[in-house]
Design a protein around this ligand. Structure first.
Ligand code: EPU
Length: 433
């Protein structure tokens, strides 16, 4: 366990350089296993989740070469096994993404059921499995594994019950080499998915996307190697923007792209935050107090669920009562109790507050909250439960009066490259113990 001591009360000021998106690189690594030819990814982030995904790919036979910290070359002439080692498969949720390369190249995928990743809801994989069953795969569950076989996937008409990100990506990778045409309806269309589509097109895939969330994929016989630059991480960009604005600082996020953050930027403007956009990136700052707001999270192009935790800390500094309704993950307010201990005035509700009803309306999950601000936070002793909650605690600790102890910082390093150096360079006082 890595522990940090943070002395709060310093506004964050300065410049930060974004690298590629965590939620792109992990899927691109899997995509590289679809071809026997070498693939190169630039602007790759140096984070814990890519190392875990790399270890899974290597166990299957991929050879990695890292000529510099932000370039990854992957070559998989042969797949050595159809089985993901349990120890690796249970460390993040990416194991289920290995189904397409394993089925296409070996006819079988054996995936541990125990899924790692953040504790933000049950996070089942039923949509993935239903999609593969429609494409002709035979699925059995035994000995704590999904045992999936196919002697050739075929095109299918798949309607997702919810526009799930990883399911869309998984079925897309299955469909590009399946025989015939696949329709994925109600698909997710996050920028990271479009990045995957762009990369697949360079490799020879045929994928159309329609305005009605339908992806239409004509299967091809094989894919070539590729060189592809990963899109910048819009979750890191928004997290740092919240940190800058909450601490009354001034942060320029180099590499941040307006097109990926339109809803976030509108929301920042609605609460009275300022931003300037140019070719190099986006500068975030304040000219005065922040106003409250009612928002709900949603799939793209809505307000991302991953922006929600850092944004809630920001709202503790707004003048008045804000409402946040989480509609993507049922259990994404787990971090709130620690913020309450630090002095935040946040109340949780299991009803759908502030707008439309969501899938969780008849559950007991506290998926809405009311934040009364501004609150003067004080330092606390905090244990980090997951990635985004972890960064949220960091913002709270930097903003708070006094000292905080933050245990389990390695969760944050899964998704934020060089976070210690970046925050120090922006003025945060951090000691590693
Ligand atoms: N769902 C099902 N069944 C499935 C798949 C999903 O019921 O088979 C449900 C989930 O339980 C959830 C909803 O569908 O309620 C949406 O889940 P989704 O599949 O979209 O999430 P994910 O693919 O598991 C990815 C990101 C998350 C991000 C979400 C939403 C990766 C590796 N993870 O998760 O990122 O929050 O999409 O944008 O791409 C993070 O970066 O910290 C993170 C958690």
């Amino acid at each position: 366990m890595t522990t940090w001591i943070v002395d709060g009360g310093t506004p964050l000021r300065g410049t930060l350089q974004l690298t590629g998106a965590k939620n792109s690189i992990t899927k691109l690594m899997v995509l590289a296993l679809l071809t026997e030819s070498p693939c190169t990814f630039t602007n790759a982030p140096h984070i814990g989740d890519s190392q875990i995904t790399q270890a899974i790919c290597e166990a299957l036979g991929a050879k990695f070469n890292l000529p510099n910290p932000h370039e990854i070359q992957i070559h998989t002439p042969t797949i050595l096994t159809s089985e993901i080692p349990f120890e690796l498969g249970s460390r993040n949720r990416l194991a289920i993404m290995m189904v397409p390369p394993l089925l296409h190249r070996t006819g079988r995928a054996i995936i541990p059921i125990a899924a790692g990743g953040d504790r933000i809801g049950p996070r089942p994989v039923n949509f993935h499995l239903d999609g593969y069953a429609k494409m002709g795969a035979h699925i059995e569950v035994h000995d704590e594994v999904y045992d999936i076989r196919s002697d050739g996937l075929h095109g299918a008409e798949i309607v997702l019950p919810f526009p799930s990100v990883t399911t869309t990506e998984n079925l897309l990778l299955g469909a590009v080499l399946a025989k015939g045409r696949t329709f994925i309806r109600n698909a997710a269309i996050e920028p990271e998915i479009m990045d995957l589509v762009m990369c697949l097109q360079k490799m020879g895939a045929i994928i159309d996307y329609n305005a009605d969330r339908t992806l239409v994929i004509d299967g091809v016989r094989s894919l070539t190697g590729v060189t592809h630059e990963i899109i910048p991480d819009r979750i890191v960009a928004a997290s740092m923007a919240c940190a800058g604005l909450a601490t009354h600082g001034d942060i320029t996020v180099l590499g941040a792209r307006q097109e990926d953050m339109v809803t976030f930027l509108n929301t920042i403007r609605r609460i009275g935050g300022q931003f300037d956009i140019d070719q190099a990136g986006i500068r975030f700052y304040r000219k005065g107090p922040l106003s409250p707001i009612a928002i709900e999270t949603n799939v793209h192009p809505g307000f991302m669920t991953d922006w929600q935790p850092p944004f809630v800390v920001l709202l503790t500094q707004a003048n008045g009562m804000s409402v946040v309704h989480e509609t993507v993950f049922e259990n994404r307010f787990g971090y709130v109790s620690e913020l309450q201990k630090m002095g935040a005035d946040i109340a949780l509700y299991d009803t759908c507050l502030g707008g439309s009803s969501c899938r969780f309306r008849f559950t007991n999950y506290p998926h809405s909250c009311v934040i009364k601000g501004p609150s003067a936070l004080t330092g606390g002793d905090i244990s980090v439960p997951d990635l985004r909650a972890g960064f949220t605690y960091l913002i709270a600790a930097i903003l708070a009066k006094g000292q905080s102890t933050i245990e389990g910082v390695e969760h944050i390093e899964r998704g934020y490259e060089g976070i210690e150096d970046s925050l120090r360079a922006l003025g945060a006082s951090i000691k590693v113990v």
